[in-house]
Design a protein around this ligand. Sequence first.
Ligand code: ATP
Ligand code: MG
Length: 413
Amino acid sequence: MVNIKNNICFFSNLKYNIFGDFMNELIMIKYGELTTKKANRKVFINLLEKNINNLLKDFEYKITKDRVRMYIECSSSDLDSIISKLKKVFGIHGIVVAHKIETDVELIKKTCLELVKNKYSTFKVNTKRADKNFEIHSMDFNNVIGGYILKNSDMKVDVHNPEVLINIEIRVDGTYIYTNEIAGLGGYPVGIQGKGLLMLSGGIDSPVAGYLAIKRGVDLECLYFESPPHTSVQAKEKVLKLASIINEYSGNIKVNIIPFTKIQEAIYKNCPDSYIITIMRRMMYRIAEEVCARKKLKVIINGESIGQVASQTLTSMRVINSVTNLPVIRPVACMDKLEIIDIANKINTYETSILPYEDCCTIFLPKHPVINPDLEKSITYENSFDYRELINEAIDNMEVVSLNKEEKYNDYL
Ligand code: ATP
Ligand code: MG
């Protein structure tokens, strides 16, 4: 997508560029882990570009890319806004604002000096010479530039711990100079792995699980079980708000809302108290599997964490998991609660997660849920009512809410 209005290409007039007008800034993106995936590199890079294009559709810019870098040219007034958007894109290792100039030794010297002068006290120069036609070797060029800066400023060289690292990349199409690198999120471009179904509750764990799955390139749909009137509209809106927060890292997340009241009431009526949660979760997994089948989603993802509650002991997980053959990904399975909270804070879901609205898991909570449930008993208890029909009815009445990127989570609650 080329959106540069009036063809203002920043560097088209390079040859005539006087130094006073050296702000030839462009955003340079260093790819994340995808550089290691040799065979799929092209697919990864193209998907990353597509994701970035979706994100930047309101801006005017131009993207160019090669095997190691992507470049975004834009108006300098949009630079900061575009960078803050890129900070939420998976598949990016680092973001720098580079100054692209003609490969002219005098111009490079002056640009480097201008970038750092009066801002830092120590520096180091790091030259990469991708264009082998450039006659000065990298090490020698470090000395040329270093010498010039030493002579024209009060700065000193510190090769071990410099305050500023001046990176110079000499490429065939010009020279790129940059100093500070902004860390990207890493991970894979969203969608590279296809889609999974996130069981999203209003708790702390499942939004974090969703974020971590997105980080590995998984596109998400969400599944939320609600039990009105036992659970409130606010509880549902809280889940939509959480979904919209993780949607900032993803794209067009859909939230599928399952009316779960009849199933829960049937379990409550027909099964012993201690097995209510085990059987309820077996029903959730059955529904999740069926939704995956109908929507061609590849895996189930949830926020279970080993040992956190009775239904998350290894025995419970085994009994609950046995209703489905789909892979169940549990990104936070081996994390402590504090580690999960740490991520929840970073991604801004924590404050919403702790809002005090009830979840369907908490409304019929028995005093003594079984910790080591027995599979045979679970099957016997659940066969005491026609759950198949109730499951089909629940899925047929599923409500689907589509979120899009522009929708701010403040639209909810
Ligand atoms: P908390 O952070 O309080 O533990 P939680 O959402 O993780 O909240 P759990 O009871 O531990 O609650 O549930 C384990 C997992 O089961 C959740 O992470 C979520 O993936 C799924 N889950 C629980 N309740 C629901 C629900 N109402 N709808 C969809 N998924 C749910
Ligand atoms: Mg939990």
